[in-house]
Design a protein around this ligand. Structure first.
Ligand SMILES: *Cc1c(COP(=O)(O)O)cnc(C)c1O
Length: 357
């Protein structure tokens, strides 16, 4: 049908949505493209969801994330008033953009970072200033001061590079007039301390976390923010102008079980970290540039004579999915999620095959 009427609002027609990595419908893929955890969720998640009272689904869930908020506060050693829960951390981040950055100018964020930040900036009328990262995508903390806000992923994506706690503290001190939002989606895979403790001392610091990566729960959709009570209630204001019940009962119950099973979390994140180091070493030996990631992925550039797009396509033909962006500065890099040791073995073999022609 040739429809000449454009029903989209002006805002909807102008925006550039984020493009997520492919989720193939058929089996048989090695999926290293969306930074999911290769290990299943904690068995306690299954148990908690199976034991959930089925009849309760007829009721609206707790608007504040009840059991989940309690479990997070306990694990993180903060009060419930310092925790905000959402339907995945993407939602928490989007609400934070609306609550703290909408209409503000000079909100500082790196030029190479999570692809959603420019999308939300556009969507919610945020005057973002994109601060150039170094030649190896490193962030210079000195470039972040006097902003109307700061948005940093730490470890950053897709570089995997991490800033230490002192650097985060310095950035927080240097931006007293705006909220400093630290997206710690990958922090559980890093060797540096997280910024949660700092939120007790800095009222402008907001730390955002997800259950999708280190808790193996990308499909459940749960994320949260940690910050002082005023910031948390600010997020609540915006949430209640959008959807009072963003987080379902089962995600609340499942995520609460996951965060309480610290033993399983620690075991799986350490397996991912050691497989990451092993894979980086092997790629380095094959001539790849490997950067030094502290996340559950590697950001690599191919050896001389090969290009990232070619490597991507070779892997794709062999049913191995990694992430490639045809964008300035990063169009000769691949982001490779750390899978199980067997998956990474297959990935390395496939790469070797290509290098040997
Ligand atoms: C994966 C990711 C998220 C969020 O994921 P959710 O599944 O929405 O919790 C947030 N920030 C970064 C940088 C990520 O890579």
């Amino acid at each position: 049908m040739n429809n000449t009427v454009n029903y989209l609002s002006e805002r909807a027609s102008k925006l550039t949505p984020y493009t997520a990595g492919i989720q193939p419908k058929d089996m048989g893929w090695i999926k290293l493209n969306t930074n999911e955890n290769p290990y299943p969720p904690s068995p306690m998640v299954r148990q908690a969801i199976e034991n959930a009272e089925f009849w309760r689904l007829k009721l609206y869930p707790d608007t504040e994330g009840g059991v989940l908020r309690e479990a997070i506060a306990k694990t993180m050693g903060v009060k419930e008033e310092n925790i905000f829960c959402g339907n995945g951390s993407d939602e928490v981040l989007a609400l934070a953009f609306q609550a703290f950055f909408s209409g503000k100018n000079n909100v500082l964020t790196p030029d190479i970072s999570y692809g959603f930040y420019p999308v939300w900036s556009e969507m919610y009328g945020v005057g973002a200033s994109f601060i150039p990262t170094g030649s190896g995508f490193e962030i210079d903390p000195g470039g972040y001061s006097g902003g109307g806000g700061v948005v940093l992923a730490n470890p950053n994506a897709p570089s995997g590079l991490v800033l230490g706690l002192q650097e985060i503290e310095r950035i927080t001190q240097n931006n007293p007039d705006g909220v400093v939002l630290i997206d710690e989606a990958y922090m559980d895979f890093a060797d540096v301390g997280n910024a949660v403790r700092l939120t007790e001392r800095y009222e402008n610091l907001l730390v955002v976390r997800t259950f999708s990566k280190s808790y193996s729960l990308a499909g459940l959709r749960a994320g949260f923010a940690v910050g002082n009570a005023a910031l948390i209630s600010g997020l609540g204001r915006v949430k209640n102008a959008f959807n009072s019940y963003p987080l379902g009962l089962l995600p609340q119950i499942g995520a609460a079980a996951a965060i309480s099973d610290t033993e399983y979390w620690d075991e799986t994140r350490k397996k991912v970290m050691s497989t990451r180091e092993l894979t980086a070493k092997r790629l380095f030996e094959l001539g790849f540039g490997t950067g030094g990631s502290q996340a559950n992925f590697l950001f690599v550039s191919p050896p001389k004579g090969f290009d990232a797009k070619g490597v991507y396509e070779h892997l794709l033909k062999n049913k191995i999915l990694v992430r490639y962006w045809n964008k300035p500065r990063i169009n000769n890099h691949l982001r490779v999620t750390v899978g199980t040791e067997n998956e990474m073995e297959a990935f390395i073999e496939c790469v070797k095959q290509m290098l040997n022609g």
